[in-house]
Design a protein around this ligand. Sequence first.
Ligand SMILES: Cc1cc2nc3c(=O)[nH]c(=O)nc-3n(C[C@H](O)[C@H](O)[C@H](O)COP(=O)(O)OP(=O)(O)OC[C@H]3O[C@@H](n4cnc5c(N)ncnc54)[C@H](O)[C@@H]3O)c2cc1C
Length: 493
Amino acid sequence: MTYDAVIIGAGLGGLECAYILAKHGMNVCVLEQGTQMGGCLQSFKRRGIHFDAGFHYVGGLDEGRPLNRLFDYFGLLDLPWQKMDEQCFDEVVIGHEHYRFAQGHEAWQAALAEQFPDQKNNLKKYDEAQANVGAHLFDALGSRTADDFYNNKAFTTPAYQVLAGTIGDERLRNVISGTSLKMELRPESLPFYVFAQINNSFIEGAYRLAGGGETLTNRMCENLRKMGVTLVTKAQVTQLEGEAGKISAALCSNGERYEGRIFISNAHPATTLSLVSEAVGLRKPYKKRIDRMENTYGMFTANIAIKPETLPYQNKNLYLYEEGADIWNISSPECPKGLLVSYGCTTPDQKYASSIDLLCPMQMEELSEWKDTQIGHRGSDYEAFKAAKTEQCLRIAEKQIPGLREATDRIYTSTPLTYRDYTGTRDGSAYGLRKDANNTLLTFLPPKTPVENLLLTGQNLNLHGILGVSMTSFVTCSALIGMEAATDGLKTK
Ligand SMILES: Cc1cc2nc3c(=O)[nH]c(=O)nc-3n(C[C@H](O)[C@H](O)[C@H](O)COP(=O)(O)OP(=O)(O)OC[C@H]3O[C@@H](n4cnc5c(N)ncnc54)[C@H](O)[C@@H]3O)c2cc1C
């Protein structure tokens, strides 16, 4: 059988494209190399406790806000979403000082203005700028073509430039940037678009999901099956076969051959292009350019199982920094300079913590001696390296969570190598290709490729995270069926 669309990879981007195209009446098949669907949204269960690989909270889920409308479209709104603490969903700790991020624009400004009263007007100005970028998302999706999408100067302006030009107090600049371990801060290049779109979304509704990423993936798969989409796991695409500028079939590790009219890849773009067979005649300079693109850093994660009823559950994240930390240059290989602490959410109205995740940036260079190894076979040195990193993270975290060490039952760890091996992301990168405000043309990839019937989707294209990937799914599908058809049923106004 020949599918209308074959999708390579069942991360959120792949599943969402399948949904949009199936809704449009197309016959779709999704091929996933792993044993689980979801990519970075995968979770794992150990002795009854669920841990998330790359999903902690989402932003923009309040009524009428971008993610709310996107999830309404995908049938994900009635999942057990838990609104995070409205007065403090993120707490930034620098040295001994604590700063709270409140939900809602006025509350966000007021909370920070309490500690930086002379910056009140600047905070308002800055918040308006980030809210404008947030609003751009739906202006773009509501427009008729995807070309309007990049027509915004927030893409070409470095975030740090906007921040420094608006906020006079250096400490406040660091505080505002302090929740940004969910992206890679680089003062010279990170576009304001990425910084503002992500940070703004959390002010407009920060939520956890009981059961984590798996809850979302399971619902997406359930919806897709109802729509007649074919979902295949343990199907690593090893070659995209075809000729004369077109792909005709995906060959898989399961020995099957999936024929299609259109192919959409949710895998890393460089990985995708490496699969295209010679006979297709992919332009070499394009392939080389994509191959040379830089990736954002990876993350080290310590997933901690907490002994029952020992620590209260906290409905907020903590972002912890030493006094004097250079928040815009955090990814050094030394002791973590920034740490994200996130509580696992298992049930609505949870009283006690069941798991706590500690996350810090990690560069692949730190792992070079194990780069040629496979999961479960990296040796005792690697285990010792991870144990030492975990100890550093625990030391930082226990200063803010007294009793954490005593309450710890067991710890599971992962590094960028784990992400590389599970999701095929280049360099174990957490947030995909690095975007550069000074070079948007070459770092924001469009979904179309020089191969006529091969498109790209997912976090590598324009924006990472649940919100960014969801928006990108519409941009990808619009390149195929037009923006109006792709967003049919999506409330853009
Ligand atoms: C540690 C961490 C924490 C995060 N926390 C958050 C958070 O709290 N909130 C948030 O909004 N975002 C968060 N993110 C980002 C978010 O998880 C990602 O941006 C998003 O899930 C990426 O989705 P994707 O569809 O682009 O790609 P992926 O999830 O990477 O999916 C790609 C899929 O393609 C498959 N694949 C690759 N090659 C092949 C092949 N050859 N054949 C078949 N299948 C293939 C992979 O196995 C994978 O399933 C986090 C990310 C990380 C790493």
